[in-house]
Design a protein around this ligand. Structure first.
Ligand SMILES: NC(=O)c1ccc[n+]([C@@H]2O[C@H](COP(=O)([O-])OP(=O)(O)OC[C@H]3O[C@@H](n4cnc5c(N)ncnc54)[C@H](O)[C@@H]3O)[C@@H](O)[C@H]2O)c1
Length: 259
């Protein structure tokens, strides 16, 4: 069901963060056969290197919560490939719990990777993307648009990504660089599995059912598959999407559309 024409990304260099995870990994698997030259990054070096090897991509392990590591990653990308056409920020973490119990460390680790890294990845790739009139896609969330009870820090990080995306889209439009955010609902990925195990009070299935109860599809509600999110990210990165910039594109079964 891959909706793309072969060759759509031929010789385009795309940097994907979170590439050891669900969405970042799926995006790498969508873009590699379309001809993209990929640089995959994650803090999890083992899965990252395996995946990169399988796809003929290059791998660079980095902790994106540090701006210095982001700068070294981008320098490596440009040294290896000489150009950059696309950036997809798919790395992220989930933080949940009663807000009255939140610690400064909870705030910091969530904001650092979900929002600070999103900004500095964009900031430090702008010169290269201006040269190629490239594109950025950030993975925000429906939680960047509507509040999720018990996830105020996560919502703050994703809401920040959404409006940052709009500001960057306006700033970079004169240079032909497009910037979009994708806002998916729950995705069947290691993150969702982690959420259910960590915060499901010993009953992950009940946690999943509580999430699905919010969807307007009622009995047919389901979670997204990582590749479904990856197709939309690939579309937003592709030259076929030239007129689209500054969006917070909802991919959420109507979850955020009202009630
Ligand atoms: N899974 C969901 O239900 C869901 C829903 C909406 C939005 N999202 C967002 O989609 C994106 C992708 O999530 P996913 O479901 O693929 O999650 P995932 O946990 O499968 O993948 C996220 C990856 O980010 C990496 N990462 C985390 N912190 C990092 C850091 N400091 N430096 C480098 N890498 C780091 C992890 O190692 C992991 O491989 C995230 O931004 C997430 O917030 C997820």
């Amino acid at each position: 069901m891959n909706p793309f024409a072969p060759g759509l990304f031929t010789d385009r260099v795309v940097l994907i963060t979170g590439a050891a995870g669900g969405v970042g990994g799926a995006l790498a698997e969508v873009l590699a056969p379309l001809g993209a030259r990929l640089v995959l990054t994650d803090r999890d070096g083992h899965v990252l290197h395996q995946r990169a090897q399988a796809l003929g991509a290059s791998a660079y392990a980095a902790d994106l919560s540090e701006v210095a590591q982001i700068e070294r990653l981008i320098a490596h990308t440009l040294q290896t490939h000489g150009r950059l056409d696309g950036l997809a920020h798919c790395a992220g973490i989930w933080v949940e719990g009663p807000s009255e119990e939140a610690t400064e460390a909870d705030w910091q680790r969530c904001i650092d990777v979900n929002l600070k890294a999103a900004f500095f990845l964009c900031s430090r790739t702008i010169p290269a993307l201006k040269t190629t009139r490239g594109a950025i896609v950030t993975i925000s969330s429906d939680a960047g648009v509507v509040g999720n009870a018990g996830a105020a820090i996560y919502c703050a990080s994703k809401g920040g990504v959404g409006v940052m995306t709009k500001a960057l889209a306006r700033e970079l439009a004169p240079a032909g660089v497009r910037v979009n955010a994708l806002c998916p609902s729950d995705i069947l990925s290691p993150m969702l599995q982690f959420q259910a195990e960590r915060y499901g009070a010993g009953d992950p299935q009940a946690y999943f059912q509580r999430l699905l109860a919010h969807y307007p599809q009622a009995e047919s509600a389901r979670f997204l598959r990582p590749e479904e999110v990856a197709w939309h990210a690939a579309w937003l990165l592709s030259p076929a999407c030239e007129g689209v910039t500054g969006t917070n594109a909802m991919l959420d079964f109507g979850l955020s559309a009202g009630y």
